[in-house]
Design a protein around this ligand. Structure first.
Ligand code: ATR
Length: 273
C-alpha cells in the first residue's frame, strides 16, 4: 500500500492522519498515512530513510518546513516563494519535489467562507513563516492593497520588499495602521502565549472579516477579542488545515477530495460541534 506521513515535532496531536484517511476513503484511494516525530537534528536522516523504504510522499510541519526546503531535489514555484516546504512528493522519475500548499489552503478556505479578495484591502498580522507562505497566493487574488504589520517592523519591511513584484504590498507599524480594512488575517503565534497582537480596537468594524490561522476547541484569543469589538464574520484556521491537506492530497494522487464533509467530521472529532 502507498505510504504517506507527516513529519513534525511535536506531531502526536496532528490531525493530518485523520484528514487524509477520510480523503482516501472518499476518493477510494488505497493508502496509509502515519506520523513521524524525529529529533530535531535527525529530520534529514528520517526523511531519507522514509523515501528509501518506499514512502510516496509526506507532509512537513513545525519545526521542519524550512529544513525540508533545503533537502528536496526540486521546488515548486510556490514553495520557492514561501521559503518553506510542507508537502513532498516522490515523482515517478525518482525526484523529491517540494511544494507548499499552506497559502493555497488559506485562500481556498477564505473563498469557501464567501470572502471576496479581489479589490479588497487586507491586513496581514505577523511576518514569520506563516505570513510568508500566505503572501503570494493572497496577492494572486488581486487585492487593492495588502498591509503587513509586525511587532518587529523590519521583518515586515523585508517581506513587503520581497513580494513587491507580485502586487501592492506595504509594511506599516501597528501604530501607523489606518482603516478601513476588509479582512484581517492573524498569522502571528501570539495566541500560543495567550497574547494578542497590539491592534487598535477602532480598526474592527461590523463588516470586517477576521481570520485567525490558529484554531482550538473554543474561540482563539484573537477571535474573541475581534467579536468583542463588533466583528461579525470570524474564521479560525481549521478550514485552512483541511484545505492545505486537500491540496497536498491532489499533488500526490492527482485527484481532488471534497473538504466540506471532512471539515465537519474534524470539528466533531475536536468537539467543536
Ligand atoms: P510562524 O512560522 O508560525 O509564522 P514564526 O516564524 O516564529 O512562526 O513567526 C511568529 C510571528 O508571530 C512573528 O511575526 C512574531 O513577531 P516578531 O517577528 O516580532 O517576533 C509574531 N508574534 C509572536 N508573538 C507575538 C505577540 N505576542 N504579539 C505580536 N506578534 C507576535
Amino acid at each position: 500500500m502507498d505510504r504517506y506521513l507527516v513529519f513534525g515535532h511535536p506531531v502526536r496531536h496532528s490531525k493530518s492522519p485523520f484528514i487524509h484517511t477520510l480523503f482516501a476513503r472518499q476518493t477510494q484511494q488505497e493508502l496509509e498515512y502515519g506520523l513521524a516525530e524525529p529529533a530535531v537534528d535527525e529530520f534529514a536522516q528520517a526523511l531519507r530513510t522514509f523515501f528509501d523504504q518506499g514512502g510516496k510522499g509526506c507532509n512537513v510541519t513545525v519545526p521542519f518546513k524550512e529544513q525540508a526546503f533545503t533537502l528536496v531535489d526540486r521546488l515548486s514555484p510556490r514553495a520557492k516563494r514561501a521559503g518553506a516546504v510542507n508537502t513532498i512528493k516522490l515523482t515517478d522519475d525518482g525526484v523529491l519535489l517540494g511544494d507548499n500548499t499552506d497559502g493555497a489552503g488559506l485562500v481556498a478556505d477564505l473563498k469557501s467562507h464567501g470572502v471576496t479578495l479581489a479589490d479588497s484591502r487586507i491586513l496581514l498580522l505577523g511576518a514569520g513563516g506563516a505570513a510568508r507562505g500566505a503572501l503570494a497566493p493572497l496577492l494572486a487574488e488581486l487585492p487593492s492593497e495588502l498591509v503587513i504589520a509586525n511587532r518587529t517592523h523590519t521583518k515586515a519591511q523585508q517581506l513587503a520588499a520581497e513580494f513587491h513584484d507580485l502586487g501592492p504590498v506595504i509594511a506599516q507599524t501597528y501604530e501607523q495602521l489606518a482603516g478601513p480594512f476588509d479582512l484581517v488575517i492573524n498569522s502571528t503565534s501570539a495566541s500560543l502565549q495567550g497574547e494578542l497582537p497590539p491592534l487598535a480596537p477602532a480598526l474592527i468594524h461590523t463588516d470586517i472579516a477576521i481570520y485567525d490561522m490558529m484554531y482550538g476547541a473554543s474561540d482563539t484569543a484573537f477571535i474573541s477579542w475581534a467579536k468583542q469589538h463588533g466583528a461579525r464574520q470570524t474564521m479560525d484556521g481549521l478550514g485552512m488545515l483541511v484545505e492545505q491537506a486537500a491540496e497536498a492530497f491532489t499533488v500526490w494522487r492527482g485527484i481532488r477530495p471534497g473538504t466540506k464533509q471532512v471539515l465537519r467530521e474534524l470539528k466533531r472529532n475536536l468537539g467543536v460541534i
